[in-house]
Design a protein around this ligand. Structure first.
Ligand SMILES: *[C@@H]1O[C@H](CO)[C@@H](O)[C@H](O)[C@H]1NC(C)=O
Ligand SMILES: *[C@@H]1O[C@H](CO)[C@@H](O)[C@H](O)[C@H]1NC(C)=O
Ligand SMILES: *[C@@H]1O[C@H](CO)[C@@H](O)[C@H](O)[C@H]1NC(C)=O
Length: 220
């Protein structure tokens, strides 16, 4: 009787040990949380910090219409408009009397709603007072999402360029009239460019995600 019980216990412990070993040896398990797919249309206000250069960004993500708009306001500074189309063309311009505009043809297009698929789960951390699930993708971006609401809270690029998500309005769409680049973006003569336009164009609020630095696994 005593022997039988001992054997029974031994078997149970062996199975448990095997299960635990198996769990420990699996690098990433099927039960790891995955980032929420981006809503197909949303409006978000982001506070961004690029090496101390603070910016407020109005982000209008509009996947069904193949367009993405970043309206970038530098702290106590100028407004820049970064309008991106899914065909890979971007317009970066101001609406002031300088009439600056730069066209870019990076051939990348806008992010897919599921561009975070395949990100590596890193666990939970607090960010800006929210308990977040955290992922990393191709050592390019670290992405923080609220555990409860599944809304993005924060992301940071490998360059240190970071975004704090202040609002996240699912389903909000900017009216069509606002997606029209100004006429001087279409004029034949040499486009006016300024150093700031160049820097917006080269980095953008997504740290280049939409500007050619994007990894092929995130592409359209
Ligand atoms: C912005 O980032 C820099 C580091 O790049 C940091 O020193 C600074 O404190 C940040 N500013 C804010 C307002 O978070
Ligand atoms: C891409 O689409 C935009 C908006 O429709 C258009 O203005 C632009 O000329 C297109 N670019 C190319 C290369 O076709
Ligand atoms: C893109 O991903 C590959 C591996 O999937 C990686 O080796 C490469 O460094 C990544 N590129 C960027 C720009 O992150």
């Amino acid at each position: 009787m005593a022997t039988a019980t001992a054997t029974g216990n031994f078997t149970t412990y062996s199975l448990l040990a095997l299960l635990i070993l198996h769990t420990l040896s699996s690098p990433s398990t099927a039960s790891d949380p995955v980032p929420a797919t981006w809503p197909h249309q949303f409006h978000s206000i982001l506070f961004m910090n690029r090496s101390g250069d603070l910016q407020k960004v109005d982000l209008w993500y509009d996947w069904p219409n193949g367009r993405n708009f970043n309206i970038i306001e530098h702290q106590l500074g100028k407004l820049y408009y970064d309008l991106e189309w899914t065909n890979g063309t971007s317009f970066v311009y101001t609406l002031d009397s300088n009439k600056e505009c730069q066209l870019l043809y990076p051939g990348v297009g806008i992010l897919r709603p599921n561009w975070l698929d395949g990100a590596n789960y890193l666990g939970q951390r607090y960010m800006d007072g929210f308990l977040c699930n955290v992922w990393e993708k191709v050592e390019f971006i670290w992405y923080y999402e609220d555990v409860v609401s599944k809304r993005p809270v924060y992301w940071i690029f490998y360059s240190g360029y970071s975004a704090h998500v202040m609002t996240f309005e699912v389903g909000r769409v900017l009216e069509d009239a606002n997606w029209q680049a100004p006429v001087y973006c279409f004029e034949e003569n040499e486009e006016k460019k300024s150093p700031v336009i160049e820097s917006v164009a080269n980095v953008g609020p997504h740290g280049g995600l939409m500007k050619g630095v994007i990894n092929s696994s995130m592409r359209l």
